[in-house]
Design a protein around this ligand. Structure first.
Ligand SMILES: [Zn+2]
Length: 466
């Protein structure tokens, strides 16, 4: 039997060189720079172009589809195994100890935006495929390594791919965790809109928190006119001292400015973060803020704060196989002139629908001045654990790691796996490694990435050879 881990070790230098070159590109979707040629802004397209040049040099057939998605292909056959990765990254945010776009290896860990989501794992899968190709192994199927450039927002690229290219037979996405994810919750956002009026003793001038619906906000800021500024500052300092956050109060010409810093995390499990926005709203909810501003603060601070399982909305729900309904408050903004907005992002198992969620929210929020709009949604996705795709990948994982107890899992994160009826997410975060996706100081141990590469080698080999 081939020693896949030794094969992966042999790729280490080339792999890290190519990976670091891609990580240096700040491939964040930027709508402010969108053009007809680069619909997601120039940087995601630049990462795609550079990757496709690498793949072409490596001898793959490549295609760039409209600068939003592309692929590297090898092998022949009627069936296609697809590997779906992405080259866009989340905005860096603050709190980094090193430059997020100048990767460094410290204590065996590769630090930088994209190390773990998803350039590191994606390129590990690509190098697995490249190694098999270079070993002249005969494939009985086509393998397409497909890279999207907008995974973190709307999946523009990967959706385009599935519109214009034939559907693959089956596939996996190296964009989550090991051992394997064969079920993904549905995903829907409810957008709450508020007017801008104030009517209490304390006037909320502005409130801002969050970068993306699928991220627990690390920072929040509010500007207010307080009835008693000194008292509010004293209260705030006590609140900060008693909670797992930091913060600052400043008297500015615009009013009293309160800032909170919590902990960012992926929105699919809000319990892994500390939501700066709902903490700040929770603090403010003890004051006399009325009108639409009051509704905004009450909903965030009294209902949504630390309620990812929605007990306060009478919406606590769990499915035996797929787990809990969860909610992240990823975007909060209020402006006394323009009004307020909140994005509640839900991950829902089978057994409940977006309409059920919206109906319950409407009941609870009826006494408050707010309107609720449902965003587009993704339905729950499930591939049977006995499907040969799942069993083959699980065997590869068990063989390489020696972890025989591992079982396929269901998670809240929507990965590209769901783009295919027989699609799963497979790696590359190991149980023993901290999840830093979407966070400051994102990293992945180099040894983990090489182990992932070995697992992908065996997986692809076993799926495409007789
Ligand atoms: Zn990702």
């Amino acid at each position: 039997m081939t020693d896949w881990q030794a094969k992966a070790q042999q790729q280490k230098e080339d792999y890290l060189n190519d990976l670091i070159a891609l990580m240096k590109i700040e491939s964040v979707r930027d709508d402010s720079q969108a053009t007809d040629e680069f619909p997601l802004g120039p940087k995601p397209a630049q990462a795609l172009t550079i990757f496709l040049e690498m793949a072409q040099q490596d001898g793959f057939r490549t295609k760039n589809i409209d600068n939003v998605v592309g692929y590297a292909e090898w092998g022949e056959g009627d069936e296609t195994l697809a590997i779906l990765a992405h080259l866009d990254v989340m905005p860096a945010g603050n709190g980094w100890d090193t430059d997020p776009f100048d990767p460094v290896i410290k204590d065996g860990k590769l630090y930088g935006r994209g190390a773990s989501d998803d350039k590191g794992p994606g390129m590990a899968a690509y190098y697995a495929l490249k190694t098999l190709k270079d070993m002249n192994i005969k494939f009985n199927k086509k393998v397409r390594f497909i890279v999207g450039t907008d995974e973190e927002s709307d999946w523009t690229g990967m959706k385009r791919y599935f519109e214009v290219e034939p559907a693959p037979t089956f596939g996996f996405s190296p964009d989550a965790e090991f051992p394997l994810i064969n079920g993904e919750k549905g995903n829907v956002s409810m957008k709450l809109a508020f007017a801008g009026d104030n009517a209490g003793e304390v006037v909320l001038t502005s409130f801002e928190s969050g970068l993306r619906p699928n991220m627990v906000p690390r920072e929040a800021e509010a500007v207010l006119e307080a009835a008693n500024t000194d008292q509010m500052v004293a209260d705030f300092n006590v609140f900060i001292a008693n909670n797992p956050i930091t913060g600052q109060a400043d008297v500015t010409p615009a009013g009293l400015k309160l800032s909170v810093v919590g902990k960012a995390a992926h929105g699919m499990e809000p319990r892994n973060g500390e939501n700066a926005g709902t903490y700040l709203a929770s603090f403010l909810s003890q004051y006399d803020i009325k009108g639409a501003a009051g509704s905004f603060i009450t909903l965030l601070g009294k209902y949504m704060h630390q309620d990812s399982r929605l007990h306060n909305f009478d919406l606590a729900f769990a499915d035996d196989v797929m787990g809990d309904l969860t909610m992240n408050v990823g975007l909060m903004s209020f402006d006394a002139h323009k009004g307020g907005q909140v994005d509640m992002n839900f991950r829902y198992p089978k057994g409940i629908t977006p309409d059920d969620i919206q109906n319950k929210l409407s009941v609870v929020t009826a006494p408050l001045s707010v309107t609720i709009t449902q965003g587009s949604f993704m339905v729950p996705h499930y591939v049977d654990a006995s499907d040969p795709l799942v069993t083959t990948l699980m065997s590869a994982y068990r063989d390489q790691t020696g972890d025989d107890k591992a079982q396929p899992e269901v998670v809240g994160g929507g990965t590209y796996g769901r783009m295919m009826e027989r699609g799963v997410a497979f790696g590359a975060l190991f149980d023993h490694t901290e999840d830093t996706m979407h966070q400051a100081n994102e990293f992945q141990p180099v040894d983990d990435l090489l182990m992932a590469m070995a697992i992908y080698m065996q997986s692809i080999n076993d799926l495409v050879t007789d």
